[in-house]
Design a protein around this ligand. Sequence first.
Ligand code: SF4
Length: 337
Amino acid sequence: MQSDNREKILDVQGLTQRFHLNRRQVLTAVDNVSFHIFKGETFGLVGESGCGKTTTGRSILRIYEPSEGKVLYKGQDVADLKKAEMKAFRHSAQMIFQDPYSSLDPRMTVDDIISEGLNVHFPHMPSKDKHDRISQLLMRVGLNSEHGARFPHELSGGQRQRIGIARALAVEPEFIVCDEPISALDVSIQAQIVNLLIKLQRESGLTYLFISHDLSMVKHISDRIGVMYLGSLVEVSDNKQLYTRPLHPYTHALISAIPIPDPDKKSMEARVELQGEVPSPINMPPGCKFAGRCPYAMDRCRKAEPKLKEIEPGHFTACYLYENEDGSLKDQSAVMF
Ligand code: SF4
C-alpha cells in the first residue's frame, strides 16, 4: 500500500445510503464506499446517471443521514459534531448544485441570494461590508456589481451557475462538492465554468469533490478520480493512470467512448460496446454488479463481490481479473487486459 503524507481533508469510510421505498423494497444508492480527498486537490467522481454519485456528495454534506459508515472531515466524524461544530462544518463545506435554473430562488435578487449565507454565518457584518463582499464575489466569478440587482430569469445559464458559485464562495469555504455543475449548460459554456473553478481553486486553495458523468471534463479538472457503478466504487486512481491504463472493464468501456476531437487522430483502442442488462439496485444479484455486462466475467464473478484492492501504487480496482482465487494479486504482466 502506498503511503502518502499529504493532509486528508475528507475521509469517507464504508459510506452506505439506503432508501426505503416501501415496507418491502430498499434501494441501496451508495454501497460501502470508501475514499479520501487531500487538502487542495480535486477528486473527480464519475459514472453513469443514477450510479450514486450525487447521493454520495449529499451524504458527505449531511443533506442525507448516512445509513452506515463514517465521514471524517479534518479528522473529525461529522456524525459526532455538536450544534456549534456542525455550523462550522456547514460554513467550511459548501455545495454547487447541478441545475442553476432550479437551485436559485426566482423571487430573490442576486444580491439577496448571495447574502443568505453571509446572514447566517456573519450575522453581525455591517451592510456596507456585506455589499462590498458581494461586489467582490461577483467580480471573482466574472460578473460585476450590476448583476446584483437582477433576478435569476434575467441571466443566462452560465451567469446563473456563476451566481451559484459566488453563493458557495460567500462564506469562504475550504471544501466544495461540485455536483454536475456543468451538465445543464451549453457545451460552449461548460469549459468556461470548469476553468473558473480551476482559477478559484488556485486563488484560494479550495478542495473539490467534482461529480460528473462527463469523463473528458473530469480529466481536465481532477487530480485523482473514483469511478462508480451501481453504488460501488470500482476504481480509484490518479488522473494519468486512469486514462492511460484503466484497470476495471467498466472504466475501460467509459474511456473508450470518449469522443476524439481530432477526426484524423484515431482512438488508441476500439470503442467497447457494453451488452447486457443493468441490474436493479433494489434487487441486486450476488457477485460483481458489473458481471451481466462484462465481457470478461467468470463463474467466480457471480458468487461474491470483489473488493477494492491496490493493484499498483495509488491505483485501486475491484475486479477478479487482477487477483488469484486465494485473494493474492496476480503477476500483473500476466493479466491479459
Ligand atoms: Fe468483470 Fe469479473 Fe471483473 Fe466484475 S469481477 S468486472 S465481472 S471480470
